[in-house]
Design a protein around this ligand. Structure first.
Ligand code: PGA
Length: 254
């Protein structure tokens, strides 16, 4: 059977109210429920996790970050709390966390380690800040190696790598989506690094998704030509109509 396409909607710090979050989640669930070949995840901000959870069944609950331990860490949300709330996926190392909140590779590594120990799926974001040339910069390899330091091969089944070039994220100045060719090259590069760390089989089995200005019109080319296992979606995940089109397009990838 063909593998399901994974679509992760990262709502970031949107929407403003619980009512809007609830309505958005309800509309998305109505579409997702009809599409068997797509696994949809919604990652709202922490205060809306419970609201979104109450509106979804077919869609999985995601979070946009997670902390590595319980204890005296004001404002943080540890993996254990996310797990107890039914969160199945957590985005880690998003470029906005690195740029605006000084998140380091070491912090990312600790978060991944704690989340995987709690059997939560990790969507690890890697990607270069600027596209220098067609070659994927060594920086992506370094991010990956640092993020996975000390992670055992047996824990890898819950890892998803999101290749998300920062310059392609729709909210950044002069953004444009990557080309399917380039992102395909990036995924080959990422697989090589994982193979070097954990072997060919683990590398083949690790889903690699693409993020950066994904919408209903371009998603198919990333699934077909770039052979991505799915997408990490920002802006387009806040428009229920557009997102419905995007999910449908993803499900018709073959
Ligand atoms: P975008 O955001 O789809 O709006 O480019 C993607 C992301 O930042 O995860």
């Amino acid at each position: 059977m063909a593998k399901k396409i994974l679509i992760v909607a990262n709502w970031k710090a949107n929407p403003a109210t619980k009512e809007e979050a609830s309505s958005l989640a309800r509309k998305m669930e109505l579409v997702a429920v009809k599409l068997n070949m797509v696994k949809t995840v919604i990652a709202p901000s922490f205060p809306f996790l419970q609201t979104v959870k109450s509106k979804i069944k077919k869609i999985a609950l995601g979070a946009q970050d997670g902390f590595w331990t319980t204890g005296p860490y004001t404002g943080e949300v540890p993996a254990e709390q996310l797990k107890s709330l039914g969160v199945k996926y957590v985005i880690v190392g998003h470029s906005e966390r690195k740029i605006y909140f000084q998140e380091t590779d070491e912090m990312i590594n600790k978060k991944i380690s704690a989340l995987l120990k709690n059997k939560i799926k990790v969507v690890l974001c890697v990607g270069e800040r600027e596209r220098i040339d067609a070659n994927i910069p060594e920086i992506v390899g370094e991010q990956l190696r640092n993020a996975l330091r000390g992670i055992r091969g047996t824990e890898l089944k819950n890892l998803i790598v999101a290749y998300e070039p920062v310059w392609a994220i729709s909210s950044n100045a002069n953004s444009r989506p990557d080309t399917p060719e380039n992102s395909h090259q990036a995924s080959i590069y990422i697989r090589k690094i994982i193979a070097g760390l954990y072997g060919e089989k683990a590398s083949r089995n690790t889903p690699i998704i693409y993020g950066g200005s994904i919408n209903a019109s371009n998603i198919r080319s990333f699934m077909r030509e770039a052979k991505m296992d799915g997408a990490l979606v920002g802006k387009a995940g806040l428009d229920p109509r557009g997102f419905a089109e995007l999910l449908k397009a993803a499900s018709e990838r073959l």
